[in-house]
Design a protein around this ligand. Structure first.
Ligand SMILES: Cc1cc2nc3c(=O)[nH]c(=O)nc-3n(C[C@H](O)[C@H](O)[C@H](O)COP(=O)(O)O)c2cc1C
Ligand SMILES: *[C@@H]1O[C@H](CO)[C@@H](O)[C@H](O)[C@H]1NC(C)=O
Ligand SMILES: *[C@@H]1O[C@H](CO)[C@@H](O)[C@H](O)[C@H]1NC(C)=O
Ligand SMILES: *[C@@H]1O[C@H](CO)[C@@H](O)[C@H](O)[C@H]1NC(C)=O
Length: 383
């Protein structure tokens, strides 16, 4: 009986397979049908984060959009990052007083206060979306009181980005490092001098990403060398700065455990938005693995995650496992096409969605969310 049911559901899943939709159809094309080609829809008519993708695609030169949109290889990881959230369905509880949910959005990241448990992931080349480069990302993050992590390979320099910061605005600096200590000390000193409160060291790109879509337009990875990155190297790096060094791109429970051993203050689960190695799991799947095999990790260090987050419910699912804060890359790069106002609007939309999705799931307090609000049995028919 069991087998029969299983094969039935597998078959049913195969028959019901949905085509991949970069943005699910919520009526964007019909609504903006009369908008002249290439024109940006009015910002106040964008209703969700996927709309920023559609808006950027119709507005930006193909080469520019492709740099942001690109994924590695056949882009399974890119698609999976977006679709994985649908495999894990919610178990909303009812009869719960959720009326104070909005007041529970603020959180701390490495001890710094922010208004919401999400942040702007480091993404290179803001200049592909806006002639002001990363200005809109810095200012938008300040206006929305969330964390921004500028990329080392941003269009603006570390110092230029710092000039747009509001007084006491907290940012962390993303870096790519190799064995050249002189260069490492230089970039650490620049980050410290510019007021960064942490270093985010990307460890998921030891080699160049295999990027077919980007290669067509000559907009491949901004970091293409083979790089020696080891735990010994991490220990050594800690002697070169007083700033906490977060590891970005952890993708297994084993590496998360290693990070605890090496007293890493925070790890950041990420497959680089599916841009480095196609086939790498989404951060949600990695967080589930940690939850199943070593759940203590979520209290031994801070865990962040990014990849494919587009809706409030996606954030809720990651937080349910114990993730402290969730990053978004592409949605903010697309929002930055509109500059500061666009980034601010994307932040407001996501804050609102997190609050209402959490409330409808019966969560009274986001800080007390637990894994039981999600059915962790993957439903493959749904993605
Ligand atoms: C255009 C672009 C450039 C990126 N550049 C970097 C980078 O320089 N350093 C880095 O650590 N991650 C980089 N990333 C990865 C992001 O930090 C993040 O992990 C990813 O975008 C999350 O997936 P999402 O775009 O689906 O939110 C980049 C991502 C994009 C889309
Ligand atoms: C952070 O928030 C806490 C609680 O609201 C507050 O006590 C603390 O002073 C805040 N810290 C900073 C640096 O603003
Ligand atoms: C596209 O990217 C180039 C840099 O490669 C930049 O000069 C240009 O301004 C970008 N276009 C738009 C519309 O942002
Ligand atoms: C190391 O970095 C410094 C500073 O950026 C640079 O001047 C030097 O050429 C680099 N050394 C090597 C061997 O690449």
């Amino acid at each position: 009986m069991r087998t029969a049911l299983l094969s039935f559901s597998v078959l049913g899943g195969a028959l019901a397979a949905r085509p991949f939709l970069n943005e699910p159809d919520t009526g964007f094309d019909e609504y903006f049908a009369d908008l002249p080609a290439g024109e940006l829809p009015p910002l106040d008519k964008l209703v969700g984060l996927p709309d920023f993708d559609a808006a950027a695609r119709r507005h930006l030169p193909t080469q520019n959009y492709t740099y942001y949109r690109n994924g590695a290889g056949g882009e399974w990881s890119y698609r999976n990052n977006l679709e994985v959230y649908n495999r894990y369905r919610l178990r909303p509880r009812t009869m719960v007083d959720i009326t104070n949910i909005e007041s529970t959005l603020p959180t701390t990241i490495l001890g710094h206060n922010f208004s919401a448990p999400f942040f702007i992931s480091p993404a290179a080349r803001g200049g592909y979306g806006n002639t002001d480069g990363e200005k809109g990302l810095v200012e938008g993050a300040a206006a929305g009181d969330i964390l921004y992590i500028p990329a080392q390979l941003a269009s603006l320099t570390i110092e230029e980005i710092a000039t747009f910061k509001k007084d006491d605005q907290v940012t962390f600096q993303q870096v790519y490092l190799d064995s050249n200590d002189t260069a490492t000390k230089e970039v650490f000193a620049r980050a410290e001098k510019s007021g960064s409160k942490a270093i985010v060291f990307t460890v998921d790109s030891a080699a160049d990403g295999n990027r077919h879509r980007a290669a067509r337009y000559g907009v491949g990875s901004a970091d293409s060398a083979y790089t020696l990155i080891t735990w010994d190297f991490y220990d050594h790096l800690r002697t070169l700065t007083d700033l906490p060094i977060v590891l970005k791109g952890i993708q297994t429970v084993e590496d998360a455990q290693k990070a605890v051993e090496h007293q890493v203050p925070a790890i950041y689960l990420s497959n680089h938005g599916g841009r480095q190695i196609d086939g790498a799991r989404s951060p949600l799947e990695v967080a589930i693995e940690i939850h199943e095999q070593a759940p203590e990790i979520f209290s031994q260090l801070e865990v962040y995650a990014d990849g494919g987050v587009r809706y409030g419910a996606d954030v809720v699912k990651l937080l349910a496992l114990g993730v402290k804060a969730v990053g978004l890359g592409r949605p903010f790069m697309y929002a930055n096409v509109y500059g500061t106002e666009g980034v601010k609007r994307a932040i407001d939309i996501l804050k609102h969605e997190i609050a209402i999705d959490a409330a409808n799931a019966g969560i009274a307090d986001l800080k007390k969310i637990d894994p039981s609000i999600v059915d962790w049995t993957p439903n493959w028919a749904l993605a």
